[in-house]
Write a new protein. Structure first.
Length: 81
């Protein structure tokens, strides 16, 4: 992954990592999706982008039927706005 990120401008790293998470979610590799969302979330400074990434985490948790965690994730997202 570091090799891939070295080719991408640093300000785009969070978005790229989030997109990789979306791909893993689509492939039903939910643990990897959550890992990439979490990494991108730690790098993102914008509240709007952080909210989007937290929503993506909630969607992946819903796909895993972890509904209590989904609720917490969405409440966290709402508290940012």
């Amino acid at each position: 992954m570091k090799n891939l990120l070295s080719k991408i401008h640093q300000k785009n790293h969070p978005q790229c990592l989030n997109n990789v998470g979306c791909i893993y979610d689509y492939l039903k590799q939910y643990d990897l999706a959550l890992e990439f969302y979490s990494i991108s979330l730690t790098l993102m400074k914008s509240d709007l982008d952080r909210t989007m990434y937290i929503n993506n985490i909630g969607i992946t948790l819903a796909n895993q039927e972890q509904y209590q965690d989904v609720l917490q994730s969405l409440q966290q997202s709402l508290s940012i706005r």
